[in-house]
Design a protein around this ligand. Structure first.
Ligand code: ZN
Length: 508
């Protein structure tokens, strides 16, 4: 979180320059005391804000299942990174009152930005708390990206990437500013309200019940979830000692329920397997929710991924492994800017290959998957005409980011050897725990750990829009050299290969 200060300064300087050019309010030479409207992420210029660092969110919402209306009060506790006469929060749901340190503040609200003018300026380094009261029907609101607030017959689900928070709480909505959370969701008695982290208490409030969840490790805003409806809660502890909590919808029946529950029950095994490989599970608790919704993605909400029904026409360990791998790659170590999405999706996809290849009776290796994916997509231009280190905001969740991303990580394993590769991943997870990273920083660590010059390797795999040609230098396994003689292994499950024309992978 300390890292952000420089980015805010850059954003503030850029804004100041713009305002000066436009002859705006910033007089030449004056110090800008306005927090920037974005953190400076060029994919999503209005995501996040400048001038402060959030430490804690205390979210308290009430959801009425019948009217689908949400009302809430959120307290955002922050530290100012500069003097602030004005600053922004990201919020799409409509605010009705704002106070700063207990004093009413003036505010205006655009489509996405809540602009707050505190009664007196906030001094650089000062702690301050913003309290926002708001209400609306979040299911009718649009956040950018995939998903947001989904209404279900029995409740609702908040899940989306890269943006979802704005429809149910005010925030500095960018993974470069993580914070801890207390999340209180109040709803009718008999309905469950599940969120991230640990359940602190359930309190009866008249005819309703308030569920209080606590997240004690830093979390990115898009990973905060609300799952409201008829759910069975199941608790336990993995063999490795990590507590878990599942929420399983009561509305899933028959074979699909069996498939889904069996898959979800892989969670303890998957968490312990990855902890063994990547280093200690980073959070106090794990689990997952099988939700009463059929949208086309599952999401790695911190400690409690959401799994949509559509993944369970058969038993599906891949999706469980993918989302849980994100606890290390994406949740604990987050992207500093959204262009670094390969560090999330390429890594989670590769990790799911790793888990599946180690299941008893799997009968295939990581290089079988690498080779078969390579051959399946060979010559298919859309798959290769994308820079993994800069896919662009429209192709953030492109199939290539996932599968080619996983191939790049496997090629790196072949190139530097399994021992160095294991050490690299463990160091990446531990040195950047609860923090953020960039592709370049990962490249630098790979060179340091392996002691090799990997400039050509990374250039071909991550910085070019070309199909890498098989060579030892680029980490191709020997059976793909020469390519003309290579055939698919026939050992890899079809679900890992699928149709090359399917460009959007139905998960995040
Ligand atoms: Zn993912």
């Amino acid at each position: 979180m300390t890292r952000n200060v420089r980015a805010w300064l850059r954003a503030a300087v850029a804004l100041l320059a713009t305002m000066t050019l436009l002859g705006g309010t910033a007089a030449s030479g004056a110090i800008d005391t306005t927090g920037a409207a974005g953190v400076g992420d060029r994919y999503f210029p209005h995501y996040g804000n400048g001038g402060y660092d959030v430490r804690h969110y205390a979210i308290s919402v009430k959801y009425d299942v019948a009217s689908q209306r949400l009302s809430g009060v959120t307290r955002v506790r922050s530290v100012a990174g500069q003097r602030l006469t004005r600053f922004n929060l990201d919020l799409v749901i409509r605010a009705s009152s704002v106070s700063v340190d207990g004093r009413p503040a003036r505010f205006t609200q655009g489509k996405h930005e809540l602009v707050v003018t505190p009664r007196r300026p906030i001094i650089s380094g000062e702690r301050f708390t913003v309290r926002v009261r708001y209400a609306g029907v979040p299911g009718e609101l649009r956040a950018g990206g995939l998903g947001a607030w989904f209404e279900t017959p029995d409740g609702a689900i908040a899940a989306g990437e890269p943006e979802v928070a704005t429809v149910w709480f005010p925030s500095n909505d960018h993974p470069s500013d993580k914070a801890t959370y207390d999340i209180r969701i109040q709803t009718r008695r008999g309905t469950q309200a599940v969120s991230n982290g640990t359940l602190v208490e359930r309190t009866r409030v008249g005819r309703e019940v308030r569920w209080h969840w606590r997240v004690t490790e830093p979390m990115a805003t898009y990973l905060a979830t609300a799952v409201i409806g008829d759910y069975d809660l199941v608790r336990g502890t993995t063999a490795g000692g990590t507590p878990y909590l599942y929420a399983i919808t009561e509305h899933l029946k028959g074979r699909m329920r069996r498939n889904a529950v069996r898959s979800l029950r892989q969670t303890p095994k998957v968490v312990d397997f990855f902890a063994d490989r990547f280093g200690e599970y980073p959070f106090a608790i794990t689990g997952g929710t099988l939700i009463n919704a059929s949208f086309g993605f599952s999401l790695e909400n911190q400690t409690r991924p959401n799994y949509s029904k559509v993944f369970f026409y058969g038993e599906n360990h891949e999706v469980i492994a993918h989302e849980l791998a994100h606890m290390w790659w994406g949740d604990s170590v987050s992207v500093r800017r959204w262009r670094h999405i390969w560090l999330n999706e390429g890594f989670a996809t590769w990790s799911s290959w790793l888990y599946l290849a180690h299941e008893p009776g799997a009968g295939f290796t990581l290089n079988d998957v690498f080779g078969d994916v390579y051959l399946r997509f060979s010559g298919y231009r859309p798959f290769w005409r994308l820079r993994l280190d800069d896919p662009g905001p429209r192709r953030l969740f492109d199939r290539a980011v996932y599968d080619r991303g996983a191939m790049a990580l496997q090629a790196l394993r072949n190139r530097i050897g399994a021992v160095a590769h294991d050490e690299l991943l463990r160091r990446w997870a531990s040195e950047r725990q609860y923090d953020t990273g960039t592709v370049r920083e990962f490249e630098a660590l790979a060179e340091e750990v392996s002691g090799q010059d990997l400039a050509v390797f990374f250039d071909e795999w991550l910085h070019q829009r070309n199909q890498p040609r098989p060579s030892e230098e680029l980490g191709f396994p020997p059976d793909l050299l020469p390519l003309g003689a290579a055939r698919e292994s026939g050992r890899v499950p079809e679900s890992l290969l699928a149709d090359p024309a399917q460009s959007l992978r139905s998960r995040t």
